[in-house]
Structure formats: structure tokens, C-alpha cells
Design a protein around this ligand. Sequence first.
Ligand SMILES: Nc1ncnc2c1ncn2[C@@H]1O[C@H](COP(=O)(O)OP(=O)(O)O)[C@@H](O)[C@H]1O
Ligand SMILES: [Mg+2]
Length: 341
Amino acid sequence: MKPTAKISCRNLWKIFGPDPEAFLARHNGAPRSEDFRTAGMVGAVCDVSFDVFPGEILIVMGLSGSGKSTLIRAISRLNDPTAGNVLIDGQDLLKASPEELVDLRRHKMGMVFQHFGLLPHRTVLSNVAFPLEVRGSPREERESRAMEMLKLVGLEGRETHFPRELSGGQQQRVGIARSLAVGPDIWFLDEPFSALDPLIRREMQDEFLRLQKMLKKTIVFITHDFEEAVRLSDRIGIMKEGRLVQLATPEEMISRPADDYVRQFTKNAPRDRIVSVGSIASAEVAGSAGDAIPASLKIGEVAARVLASDRPIAVVDSDGQTIGSVSRDRMIAAMFPESRP
Ligand SMILES: Nc1ncnc2c1ncn2[C@@H]1O[C@H](COP(=O)(O)OP(=O)(O)O)[C@@H](O)[C@H]1O
Ligand SMILES: [Mg+2]
């Protein structure tokens, strides 16, 4: 049985412009892109539906202006959606009272932003303790919790520094520690590493995965870098002009991009490390089971063998049953899709 979703969005709309509700009603709840242009309205989030399951990392991608930030702001109710539903643990956020909303944001959700958003005149410790201060925790309690979070992100010893005394990567670690201070089970990250140098960025991705292994939060993470998305995601959602055009695992997305816009994102993906042999095998049974390749291996792991073989090689499932075969031609087509005749 599928687990209950932690976050559920149903037909979510966020429209900017005068009287967005009336605009939506005038178009029977389903305006098209032309309708927005004609009326001079902005469809920042258009009819978006998806679930995020407990402990899952959902990556949201899309060009600048495609509605990624607006989407997570609508889910966390930093803005009011124009229409639709957002369920958190089955509770309808749009029906929550202002008090319930504040409570939810202060206890259940953590946010990390691209430009860190630290308070410049407060120390590192005080920045991390800030959400707890807002919540009214006593000083001793919030500072000890903040220390704990700083240890978690490897910033022990920096607590009395000010943000400007830290590198970009360290400042974002403070941002991460702060977002975790309230012990949220939902974690929103809006391009958290986009302002960092590639090497630091890579280090922060590893750090993020290390934390998640321990903390097992439910995560919506925005990036515009497909390689980052592949490294971090369970599933990736791609947005275009406010709409979610595809939501799939990296492998599904690369193997079957919904349209050219998605294909463009996946173009430079490290296919050899993402696509599995099973997904490129033909149903034709060929080769001897003795030399068979497990379907779950990534194509990069067996490319040399397949390319060196004159005949197709058998592919087997996890029970050792032959499910088909993979030929040299198939391998080349999978690794170099641009070379297709
Ligand atoms: N407060 C606002 N008022 C009017 N338009 C906005 C507002 N916030 C965002 N938009 C518009 O909504 C669209 C989506 O923006 P955004 O969610 O920030 O995109 P992304 O995060 O993908 O770059 C853009 O066209 C943007 O200009
Ligand atoms: Mg954004």
C-alpha cells in the first residue's frame, strides 16, 4: 500500500494581478496561457497537483520565472493560493485559522533561501536561535538547541561570529541550522546552493545528503541545475509557465521526457549513471544466461562489455530470470541519443 502523503497539492493556482478569483471564474477555473497574456495577469502556479511522501526528496526545476518559488510559498502559506488545496498530513492548509497557520510554520516547516537571509547584526548563535525566540522559548533552552544545530552542520566554535565573518558556504550552513532549529518535519529549500562556487556547492550537497540520512525530513528542494537534481532527488518535477509539465524519477525523465522543454533540461545529464540496463533492454531473448547482466545496473557500469560484444547480452531481473537482452546498438542509442539517425 502506498504511504499517506505528507504534502498533497490539488489543482493549486496562484495568480497575480487584479482580482485573480474573478479572472479564474471567468475562465471556468481553467485559463490558458493566452488568457493570462490577454488579461495582463500572471499565472505563477497553474493547476498544480502532486504528492510528497514522508522522507522523500522532491526536486522542483524550471527556468527562472516558471513559478518554483511561488509554488513553495503557496505550500507553506507564505502567500495565499488563488484556488486549490494543500494538505499537510491530511489537514487542509487553506482552511486553517491564522493561529493554526502560525503554529504549523513555527513547528512543522523549515525554510532555506538562496541568499541565506541571515540577520547581520546578530551572532551565528543568535541567528540560529531566532526562530525559537520568535516562538517564545526561554533563552537557555533556545541557545542550547541552537548549539546542537551548529554542531550538526559542523560550525561548532563559530557561534560568536557574525555572518559577514563567514564564507558563503558557512553562511548557508547557518541558514540550514536555523531552518532545523524548530525541528520541522517538512523542509523547503529554495535554490540553497545556487549562490555558491561549484566545489563548495558539491560539498554542501554531500552535507545535505548526510543530514537527510539522519533526519529523514520530507523535502521540497528547488534548483535549476539538473545534475544537482539527479544527485539529490527521489523524484523531479519540472515547471514551465506555472505548470508542472512532468513529475518523475530522473531515470524516467531521461528515458521518456514529456516534451522538448524537459528534454532540454535532461540533455547534459550523466546518462551513464542514471539509466539502468533494464530500461534499455529489448524483449528479445538472446545471449547466454551465464554472462547475463542484472537489469538494475547502470548502463555506464556495463557499457564497455556490451560495446565489445558482437552479440546481444542477456539481461536478468533480481530473481535471475531473463527479461531480454541488450545489444551494442541499443547501448550506443542510450548513451548518445543525439547520434540517432
Ligand atoms: N508578488 C508578486 N507579484 C506579481 N508577480 C509575481 C510576484 N511574485 C512572483 N511573480 C511572478 O510570478 C512568476 C513566477 O515567479 P517565481 O515563482 O519567483 O519563479 P521562479 O522561482 O521559478 O524563478 C514570475 O512571472 C514572477 O514575475
Ligand atoms: Mg525562485
